[in-house]
Design a protein around this ligand. Structure first.
Ligand code: 3HC
Length: 691
């Protein structure tokens, strides 16, 4: 065995040279790995004993892409060309893939003559999720191998394609036995030699791109079909342009186009925000006072109290991950209804091809209903998901305290109530934690994990790990009204309402939020949720615009009207009825309605959110600013290409946010008082997310 460098070895196995990379955690293409490939290839090519070459990785995965942290930083280094060394090799080169071959990792594999993989491996070009495109030739090689249509789908979604599918598409040439990758790859290399197979280069394969030449409709249709999904993002369009180049330009020209477009994205604000988001999500799992080696509580069974929309959605997360769930309800019909909704949800997914009919039965088989709380005695974790009423929650938690086994985690899904108070009725407050799922809980990625005063470290560590296991993005927050996400949302909602009383119409405010990149504005969101949540007809005195709308039976989308009028296709239209109601309210209040610019709407809605984020940090309710951004991106539709409220505040300038808050404070009082931390940051020339 020869050490090529600190992360690369070269060995000769019979007549096959094997280059092994070992750069934890994911063999990212750091300078060391790039040099390892380049110099490893030179050694293998120079080795007279090696007739073929295998490129393989140690550890959990094949190369998972470029080193994201290092992207965009320029260093003067000796030029090397690892991709060229792979592609120009006079001996056949075989990439041996396990784990994930992603981004630059798959691009390196595409420079090899052949690729073998274990069945559990996945391949993908996920650069789009970082606001980028594959910049190491992937945009030109992948379409040549799989055709433009599949390349469009893969590159604009960033999906990790399972090995079997890769085999069908031609990305992988052979599957080898799980756990025997090295032997399998060497055997494949010998087969290539024995059969005298050609030194096939992906760059020279042309049938699929030639067939698409002169068919611009492939791209036009793809753009049209995905316009909604790609709205606001640059990277999908830039990826599409590269695939167009692969179809219409010779390979070397296409590479130049790729390089140019890659540089544009890399230098842009969107990719900077998306790369920040990648690390922010991972950082959120690190809790300073809960070390990595904190003992975990095994969670092999879960109980859920409440079979409503929330309880049912939460149950699905666990069943999807193979964890058995017991759902407890008080009445049989509520339980039957809840289980029925879960089944329907699964069947809908199956009808769209997301899972098989067998999966539906398997998952339903993991969910058991009960009317008896004693059924929760053996479970490892209980999540309560009933009405937001303190008396009901306290009653449930005192019963759970008596029923559940020692060591079980007792979680509440409350979005508003004080978890310390809930924990106080138990004799084991250390076992109590908040797990704030977002509706629909089987779809939304965010989980706010709420740490109460006495929550133990193992309970926190277990909850964070479990979140990842069920596919959630978790952030740890403290107990305060609304926790982090809803507390910040409250600022935006309040300003949206106030702006309406100053002369802006709901559709003006919604348009500004939508154009900023939110999936919908606050009023469209209220219409979707239903204006009558928490509204009681008998108590309504027409005192608010909501009262007035609900009294007219304008309760949102479900009644065909709310803030907006809805046509038969549920398309929203500005409503003259709502406009008149608002104008009457404004006239009665004696305020002179004024013209409000889009810029003012944006600042009024968003500056107080940044300010509230600063207060949350000041109070220690979030560990770091990036956790707030993780929450807003994954739970509230903040466009990821704008990084989250704290990142956005930094980008536009905290001095500007502070000046805006001071102006509002002068006009409307201390509701707009700048956070002390915001003042401090500006005074010290610092920002929240960049050190
Ligand atoms: N660069 C730098 N660090 C990376 C990395 C990368 N490409 N991929 C993962 N890491 C780090 C993570 O930050 C994390 O670090 P931490 O432990 O200090 O927090 C560690 O590796 C483990 O990552 P995960 O927690 O995400 O581990 P998982 O096992 O859940 O997932 C993975 C592994 C599927 C590889 C996932 O990390 C992932 O999707 N990585 C990014 C893949 C990617 O986007 N590649 C394209 C990069 S851009 C590119 O290649 C440009 C080229 O075209 C020129």
């Amino acid at each position: 065995m020869t050490a090529i460098n600190a992360v690369t070895d070269y060995t000769l196995d019979g007549d096959v040279g094997v280059i092994t990379l070992n750069s934890p955690p994911v063999n990212a293409l750091s300078r060391g790995v790039l040099e390892g490939i380049a110099f490893g290839m030179q050694a293998a090519v120079a080795d007279p004993g090696a007739k073929a070459i295998v490129l393989i990785c140690e550890g959990r995965t094949f190369i998972a892409g470029a080193d994201i942290g290092g992207l965009g930083s320029r260093r003067e280094e000796r030029p090397i060309d690892p991709m060229g060394e792979l592609e120009r090799s006079p001996k056949p080169v075989i990439a041996a893939i396990h784990g994930t071959a992603l981004g630059g990792g798959l691009e390196a594999a595409l420079c090899c003559n052949y690729r073998v993989a274990v069945p559990s491996a996945r391949c993908g070009l996920p650069e789009v999720n970082l606001g980028l495109l594959p910049g190491a030739g992937g945009t030109q090689r992948l379409p040549r191998l799989v055709g433009p249509q599949k390349a469009l789908e893969m590159m604009t979604s960033g999906m990790h394609v399972p090995a079997r599918q890769c085999l069908e598409m031609g990305v992988v040439d052979e599957l080898v036995e799980e756990g025997k990758l090295r032997e399998g790859a060497i055997a494949f290399a010998r087969k290539v030699l024995a059969e005298n197979r050609p030194l096939r280069k992906v760059r020279d394969i042309s049938e699929k791109v030639e067939a698409a030449r002169g068919h611009p409709e492939i791209f036009a249709e793809f753009r049209k079909a995905n316009a909604r999904k790609f709205r606001g993002f640059m990277a999908p369009e830039w990826n599409i342009r590269c695939i167009e180049a692969a179809v219409n330009q010779p390979f070397d020209e296409g590479i130049k186009t790729e390089q140019k477009l890659f540089r544009e994205l890399l230098a842009g604000e969107q990719s900077a925000a998306q790369r920040y988001a990648f690390f922010a999500e991972r950082q959120a799992n690190k809790i300073p006072d809960v070390p990595d080696d904190t003992p975990l509580i095994p969670v092999n069974s879960v109980g859920i109290i409440g079979a409503g929309t929330m309880g049912g959605g939460i149950a699905m997360n666990f069943a999807n991950a193979g964890i058995p769930v017991t759902i407890v309800e008080v009445k049989q019909d509520a339980l039957d209804r809840g289980l029925g909704v879960i089944r329907k949800n699964y069947e809908r997914t199956a009808s769209r091809g997301g899972i098989t009919a067998a999966d539906v039965e398997k998952r339903m088989g993991l969910i058991t209903g009960s009317l008896d709380m004693n059924a929760l005695a053996p479970v490892d974790m209980v999540i309560e998901a009933v009405f937001e009423r303190m008396d009901i929650k306290k009653d449930i938690f005192s019963k759970l305290d008596a029923i559940c086994k020692p060591g079980a985690i007792l979680a509440t899904n409350t979005s508003a109530l004080n978890i310390d108070e809930i924990a106080s009725v138990t004799k084991r407050p250390e076992a109590v934690i908040g797990l704030h799922f977002f509706s629909p809980a089987n779809v939304m990625k965010l989980l706010e994990v709420v740490r109460a005063d006495h929550t133990s470290k193992p309970v926190i560590a277990t909850s964070m790990k479990l979140a990842k296991k069920i596919g959630k993005v978790a952030a740890l927050v403290g107990v305060c009204p609304g926790f982090v996400g809803n507390r910040i949302l409250g600022q935006r909602q309040r300003e949206a309402q106030k702006l309406m009383f100053e002369g802006a119409m709901p559709w003006d405010i919604d348009r500004v939020m939508y154009d900023f990149g939110f999936p919908m504005g606050p009023f469209a969101m209220s219409d979707l949720a239903g204006l009558d949540i928490g509204w009681v007809k008998e108590n309504s005195r027409g005192e608010t615009i909501r009262d007035a709308l609900c009294e007219l039976d304008r309760r949102g989308q479900k009644t065909g009207a709310g803030y907006y009028d809805y046509d038969e296709n549920r398309v929203a239209h500005p409503s003259p009825v709502t406009e008149k109601i608002i104008q009457d309210f404004v006239a009665r209040s004696g305020v002179n309605a004024r013209t409000i610019t889009d810029e003012e709407i944006l600042e009024r809605c968003l500056y107080p959110m940044v300010n509230e984020g600063a207060k949350i940090l000041e109070e220690g309710m979030a560990i770091r600013a990036s956790d707030i951004d993780v929450i807003w991106e994954n739970g509230y539709g903040w466009p990821v290409y704008r990084g989250g409220p704290m990142w956005w505040g930094d980008q536009i300038g905290l001095d500007k946010v502070l000046a805006g808050m001071k102006k509002l404070q002068a006009q409307m009082g201390d509701l707009y008082k700048p956070a002390a931390l915001l003042e401090k940051m500006v005074a010290e020339g610092k920002n929240f997310t960049r050190v």
